[in-house]
Design a protein around this ligand. Structure first.
Ligand code: ZN
Length: 543
């Protein structure tokens, strides 16, 4: 009976349902494996090998000829903000506008989101010929009934039309603590609200509901798949949104795999502990995201010695050490991962000290430090000692390089963004982008990682080029090492028998480029998840 069944179903239980042939497959399994063909069954990799071997062993399977293209495992972003990116897509981007008229022109073409509001961000009157704050008048005539609110580039001010001021009850408001409502000579608001006043208005915009989030995530998913990403991170979600992602996965409305880090609120800690986290085919929620300091740009990163360009100022630690220790303890007891944002060397020291006390030597919990931008040399060995994974974003280095030296001074900048040193600690280094802070595009990450230059080839000699990653390290950082950092390496991160058949077909092999800048003109031709084609483009795919 068993024999009949095997015959009836083809050539036995081990026959693939898909064969990818005529390929240059780079397995990224950490052993340098390459192959010409790959067999896939039930959404998982069955075998890799030589063209004829695989074809002969899997007659009857559907065959995809990729015509000599390169195949990598689906790319992973180890630190990003999926929901924030998604919701931002529905908003107007007026970064780089050179006049208020240009902003108004953009608003005239915008339509309201599901909340009924038109939202945008990025204006900066310092970039305009008239550097005075704008007035709401043209926005009122364009949209007398639809609320419009546009955040200034730095997030410290908004421009709102009358409908938005009325809908948020800011029209009638008098004095605002820690903020200001700019007024016309007649006493009515100009529409520009500063700091506390801006925050009050933003807090009164209806929160996006399920439908808006679902719609935004669908759009985000298309962009991410087009870049070859099949697994992304959300570094900071509440339990309700983790459940939302899970339900969208269940209904098939979201296909991307997601690593969800929970915000360490009391409610999230209780829910996560009660449920033992969440691990499905598509979602892993077994980690908490903490913040130890701010960012270098706004001098919020916590440094051991004062900022070079602000005497006496060392930034700010955001965690009360006792509260942090107690929360880490809960995370440890539940067997979850801790992932802590630390940018300055003082913040990093505190994180490594706290982690070290609790982890106390080698372990496989995969606790992480996010960003790890400035590390004091004395602290570097602690990553290896307590198996703490540094999670870095190469495009932050090439974005920050224009001013980071002014903040840190010559000695400290030399040991900042030190990816090769960090890699040396555990022999791995997961890479991400922190999107939407940086672009979602893994090609830019690769260029920044290996050339330490931005797209303009700046700086000529590379930004501390001795810390550049090799092309293979960079690709491993976006695949296998990112999977390891998120406890997903049994399922994704490399093309090996048994793992999910998440893979991308590329027109170039990034390991074989003569000039690393050629990566920017390389294209993702196809993206597969579980052996299914989810994105295809024979031309350009960059969103
Ligand atoms: Zn982030």
């Amino acid at each position: 009976m068993a024999l009949c069944w095997a015959l009836a179903s083809g050539c036995g239980g081990d026959t693939a349902d898909l064969v990818v042939r005529n390929a240059h497959i780079v397995a990224l399994d950490g052993r340098g494996t390459t192959a010409q063909a790959m067999a896939v069954k039930d959404g998982r990799v069955l075998a890799l090998g030589k063209e004829q071997e695989i074809l002969n062993a899997h007659r009857g399977a559907r065959v995809v000829d990729v015509k000599g293209a390169t195949v990598y495992p689906g790319l992973i972003d180890a630190h990003s903000h999926l929901l924030g990116y998604a919701l931002g897509l529905g908003r107007l981007n007026v970064v780089g506008t050179t006049s208020y008229e240009e902003v108004v022109g953009a608003v005239s073409k915008a339509s309201p989101g599901a909340s009924g509001w038109i939202r945008g961000r990025g204006w900066d009157q310092n970039d305009w010929a008239d550097r005075n704050f704008p007035d709401r008048a043209p926005l009122d005539s364009l949209h007398p009934d639809t609320p419009v609110v546009l955040q200034r580039i730095d997030g410290h001010a908004v421009l709102a039309n009358r409908a938005a001021l009325e809908a948020s009850s800011m029209w009638e408001v008098g004095e605002v603590p820690c903020g200001e409502v700019l007024r016309r000579p007649d006493g009515t608001p100009t529409g520009v609200l500063i700091d506390g006043a801006a925050d009050s208005l933003l807090a009164r915009i209806p929160k996006p509901g399920r439908a808006e989030k679902q719609q935004a995530l669908a759009k985000a998913e298309r962009n991410l798949l087009a870049c070859g990403l099949t697994t992304v991170t959300d570094a900071g979600l509440d339990w309700a949104d983790i459940l939302l992602l899970d339900s969208l996965h269940q209904t098939g409305d979201l296909k991307l795999r997601v690593v969800a880090m929970a915000n360490p609120t009391r409610a999230n800690l209780d829910s996560m502990v009660a449920h033992g986290g969440l691990r499905t085919e598509k979602l892993v929620a077994e980690s908490f995201k903490f913040y130890m300091d701010g960012a270098l740009g706004s001098r919020g990163a916590a440094l051991l010695q004062p900022y070079d360009d602000r005497p006496g100022h060392r930034g700010l630690l955001l965690q009360d050490p006792d509260v942090y220790r107690a929360q880490l303890n809960e995370v440890l007891e539940a067997g979850f991962q801790a992932a802590t944002h630390a940018i300055g060397d003082s913040a990093a020291r505190l994180v490594l000290t706290m982690y070290g006390e609790l982890l106390d030597g080698p372990n496989d919990l995969r606790w992480r430090m996010e960003h790890a931008q400035v590390i004091h040399p004395d602290d570097l060995p602690k990553f290896g000692m307590h198996a703490v994974i540094p999670s870095v974003q190469p495009t932050h280095a090439t974005s920050d390089m224009y001013w980071a030296g002014e903040r840190l001074g010559r000695a400290r900048i030399r040991r900042a963004y030190a990816y090769q040193d960090l890699h040396g600690q555990l022999g791995m280094l997961p890479l991400g982008t922190d999107f939407p802070v940086e672009d979602i595009d893994p090609r830019k990450t690769h260029l920044a990682a290996v050339a330490r230059q931005d797209a303009n080839r700046t700086p000529k000699e590379g930004f501390h080029l001795d810390q550049a990653l090799t092309p293979e390290q960079s690709l491993l950082g976006m695949t296998l090492w990112a999977a390891l950092a998120s406890r997903m390496e049994a399922e994704v991160g490399s093309l090996e028998p048994g793992k999910r058949a998440d893979f991308v077909v590329m027109d170039r092999d990034w390991l074989l480029l003569d000039d690393p800048h050629e990566v920017l003109s390389s294209n993702v031709l196809q993206t597969y998840m579980d052996g299914k084609l989810l994105h295809s483009s024979q031309t350009s795919v960059a969103p």
